[in-house]
Design a protein around this ligand. Sequence first.
Ligand code: GTP
Ligand code: MG
Length: 679
Amino acid sequence: MPRGILNLGILAHVDAGKTTLTERLLYCAGVIDEPGSVDAGTTQTDSLALERQRGITIKSAVVSFTVDDTTVNLIDTPGHPDFVAEVERALSVLDGVVLVVSAVEGVQPQTRILWRALRRLRVPVLFFVNKIDRRGAGYERLIGDIAERLTQAIIPMGSVIGPGTRGAAFVPSGDASGSRLAEMLAEHDDAVLTAYLDGKAAMPRDWLRERLAAQVRDTLVHPVYFGSAITGAGVDELLRGLAELLPVASGDASGPVSGRVFKVERRPAGDKIAYARMFSGTIAVRDRVPFGRGRGGKVTAISVFADGTAVRSDSVTAGQIARLSGLAEIQIGDVIGIPPDSADRHYFAPPTLETAIVARDPRDKPRLHAAITQLAEQDPLINVRQDDIRQEIYVSLYGEVQKQVIEATLATEYGLVTGFRETTPICVERPLRTGTAEEILHAPENPFLATLGIRIDPAPAGSGTAFRLEIDHQAVPLYIYKNMENFGAAMEQYVTETLRQGLYGWQVTDCTVSLIRSQYSVPDGPPSTRGPLSSSQDFRKLAPLVVMAALKRAGTVVCEPVHRFRLDTPADTLNVLLPVLAKLHAIPEVSATKDAWCTLEGAIPVTRVHELRQQIPHLTRGEGVMESSFDRYEPVRGPASTRPRTDDNPLNREEYLRRVIRHVSGPLRDDRGERIRLP
Ligand SMILES: Nc1nc2c(ncn2[C@@H]2O[C@H](COP(=O)(O)OP(=O)(O)OP(=O)(O)O)[C@@H](O)[C@H]2O)c(=O)[nH]1
Ligand SMILES: [Mg+2]
């Protein structure tokens, strides 16, 4: 009887060796006869042509193997920050994670970003320090690096002999270090503490391993393994560690259906395959399942992961990962059935760049639109935006590599030759000061049967938007909204929709919006509010006017995304480097020099990152190493700070009132069905 299923993620900074380790695990578990190679393009999980050409992982991929009596579904994720959306979706379906760190490079920026997400998610993590065979590999240094930059709560599971040599080996801690393990576990475990104080004889190895597994499960400690995915050193120990120390999936097979789609593939024939993890319940072939919001479909075929491959099955049940066919309308991220406990949250910053994508042959435009919409189904963060005035399609991007991948995918899978316009940052707008506005019921210039007063207050950078009701229930038309909560939710929705495009067309953020006044009219009310009965449409249509008027009084500043960079370079390259940094608006804030090497740290606008990265090799004789990741939004300086996002100019008040129609639902649209934007 199998112990259970472990849905395992392999995460790391780009090039740390995730895919190579995946091959080695498959090999050690007996699934493949020879480990494939990333460099030769022969691995199981880098199966896309583009992945094989470039030697990097672009999409998450699932493989499976069995160790002892545990079935492990392994998700190999991309490490390049341009594809972090793939990692985010995988995170919502995992029971445990192996976080890979290179023994040469140590903890890298993406490692820290991933670690922060894993902590918030509270998922059990084992570390694997890879590449101990490579020149420059460390052991003690790596333990120090993880402890200092990630967490102190680590337990090295052994030591390394001959690091930096082809013969480097991992030596698991024998019983001699059992007392050290016990000492560390005793901190959170009274049973271990008592046994420890009673003397070692009271602590059999298996019992201690169980106590360790319990603390790993509770994310109190994180075992650290060392090895090499290329030579295989330490991988058997890691394999055993996975099975022994990470928790298996739990879930009730006869409970209500609950699953999540973390990957969607489109086959050449055009049909979709959804990869879903089940948290509860069972789905059988020919079952109709609800997913997303109000969509649904009939499952025509199921395969589940077992013994190395996906095998046809009549059903999929709690804990398993399956490939589901037949669900034409399914999208990545969809919940199947009822939402699982794992929250649908964002752990990483959203894309910060966008670019217009154009078909070389203008006649291909409709095809391009269809193709890019299909790609967005697999990757919603592409966030397709159609600019009606400029007649262009915009996509959101994390970076240049993702852009090249989109271009290549359109060429190979859709036969479309495309190009891009200049990549521009996706900015946000922050209110500058408090702004208040109101429209009063029965006032001659207010055509709607409602009073609304709105105040917008700036909030700290990075805090997002919050909505507050500062009115009492007498001000709320309860015959429409039933209670204060519904009214508040409706108003918050109108406010949120309006703030999607601020004074310059960008998302407004970092503010608190308060509803400070509200009134409605009733036929038998007091003279001040007597009149035809107000409807929800009066509130809906009035809200954007008042919000935008308040925002205008508040004023906004356009803020652009800024990366934090770290650059290690020979000190004698600084004289050529610094002028280039200045030209690219990269401002070093910290610098340190040690043994003829210099480390610069500072901020750089996201639009300049790619250019700087490309110049680093020739400016530093190929020796400089640059790392960067999204840090914050900063006010744009110069004329760009007031340049609107598009030519799609917002409407003024009169235009809005003229064009808004009486019965609307969904986003505000004018008589011609176009989305309405207010100044
Ligand atoms: N010497 C040595 N090289 C390794 C080891 N593991 C991986 N490599 C090499 O490191 C490079 C990157 O390996 P990958 O397995 O593609 O790394 P990855 O983490 O999957 O990379 P992405 O998926 O693109 O983030 C390849 O050239 C591998 O051959 C190792 O243990 N030792
Ligand atoms: Mg990879």
